[in-house]
Write a protein that binds this ligand. Structure first.
Ligand code: FE2
Length: 412
């Protein structure tokens, strides 16, 4: 397969890409626009990029909002109550059906790499077992990383440590955690030491729900970063949410940033979910409840954006479109400055791929997998401004998804 008249991010001019045997065989600069031959794909001067990445979602909970009852207040706490009711109805097939339906939604928006958190605070590990099957059955659509996520804690939940060990033995790729939810500060710290040791011993990656609260005293990210630094594991460790960082004072944050940078860990922010769920104890002024995305980025750290939920008890909206999260995130995080807009897609492509440690399995370079997108605009800025879409998604050198853009006819 050949794609012609492609624009590539951070490069001038037009390019042709040849895909052979599931790999990118050649990327050639074109002196000018060329006619598209039969069997070729014409990017028509629009961007060709590596696939979008979803670095943080909960596929075991998606598409459950309103079952059996809606979250009337919209708060995190009512979400937990509603989820407890829905969780009682969960079956192996129910999880697989909803996860696959959600994966289809992600694929339709150009996502080919997904990291899902799966609740393992369940003595039967039913959701994890179902998701391991889903990972195999959807390999032709996405690369799926499964996080063993202890929703109700590691130290505070009966048998929590053993369930984490078992989840890894059953095939989880990533070790999770939720230190701010543990009953005490000490349990939060020991949960991080435990999960880092488990990851180091088993070769798993790490992605911790960390400080997902407006409480400025929730300071577990410093513990996670220091554990990563001492063990030399930064490239394999991600801190998700870190919303408390939006409430830390600047004096503490300036000290913290030095450690975060030394540690080399990555950050995921879910701006739509966080702005919806956080700030709920405030009257006015009301905090945004989002981590310091722009500041982390400007300090040279790796930060990316995720959806977190699609139609679940915590967040009633979502359609799989990560570009919607990007647009909202740029607004929420004060990132509509000129420089930010020029490289906005980093937040849902290269930065996320780095957080997921995809390495040479990702990126538009000769020899890498022929996984790529043709977008509907010629630049990052125009993709955001025009609310663009992924028009074609190619995986393993074959067209996986093709979107026909809306056609508008003016009659006057
Ligand atoms: Fe999450």
């Amino acid at each position: 397969m050949k794609i012609v008249n492609a624009r590539l991010r951070k490069k001038e001019g037009l390019f042709s890409l040849e895909l052979t045997a599931g790999r990118i065989a050649a990327i050639t600069a074109q002196p000018d626009s060329i006619a598209c031959a039969p069997g070729e794909l014409d990017a028509a001067g629009n961007l060709v990029t590596a696939p979008f990445v979803e670095p943080h979602i909960h596929l075991d909970a998606t598409l459950t909002a309103g079952e059996p009852a809606w979250n009337m207040s919209g708060t995190l706490f009512e979400g937990i109550e509603r989820w407890a009711e829905r969780k009682a109805l969960v079956t192996h097939e129910d999880i697989k059906t909803r996860a696959k339906k959600t994966i289809d939604m992600l694929v339709d928006h150009g996502i080919q790499h997904v990291r899902t958190h799966v609740d393992v605070t369940d003595p039967t590990l039913a959701a994890l077992r179902a998701m391991v099957e889903v990972r195999e059955e959807t390999r032709h659509l996405i690369d799926l990383q499964i996080v063993a996520f202890p929703q109700e804690g590691i130290e505070s939940f009966a048998g929590g440590r053993a369930l984490m060990e078992e989840a890894v033995a059953l095939g989880a790729d990533v070790v999770g955690g939720i230190p701010h939810f543990e009953n005490t500060r000490e349990q939060g710290v020991s949960s991080i030491r435990f999960l880092m040791e488990l990851a180091e011993r088993t070769g798993c990656l790490v992605d911790v729900h960390c400080d997902e609260t407006d409480d400025p005293h929730s300071r577990f990210v410093e513990v996670l970063a220091e554990e990563a630094r001492v063990r030399g594991m930064g490239a394999r460790v991600t801190a998700s949410h870190t919303t408390a960082m939006g409430s830390y004072d600047n004096a503490y944050c300036s000290k913290l940033f030095r450690l975060l940078k030394m540690s080399g860990i990555s950050f995921v922010s879910c701006p739509t979910e966080s702005i919806h769920l956080q700030g709920r104890f405030d009257t006015f002024p009301k905090r945004r409840g989002v981590t310091r995305v722009a500041e982390l980025d400007r300090a040279g750290m790796n930060v990316c954006l995720g959806q977190d939920s699609i139609v679940d008890p915590w967040y009633p909206l979502g359609n799989g479109n990560i570009l919607r999260i990007l647009e909202a995130g740029l607004h929420i995080c004060h990132m509509l400055g000129y420089e930010d807009l020029q490289r906005a897609l980093d937040l849902i492509t290269d930065n996320s791929a780095r957080a997921l440690a995809l390495g040479e399995r990702y990126g538009l370079e000769v020899g890498r997998p022929a996984n790529l997108l043709i977008l509907s605009a010629p630049s990052d800025y125009e993709m955001i401004r025009s609310q663009g879409h992924a028009l074609v998604s190619i995986r393993d050198g074959k067209v996986l998804m093709q979107r026909t853009p809306a056609r508008i006819e003016r009659r006057v």
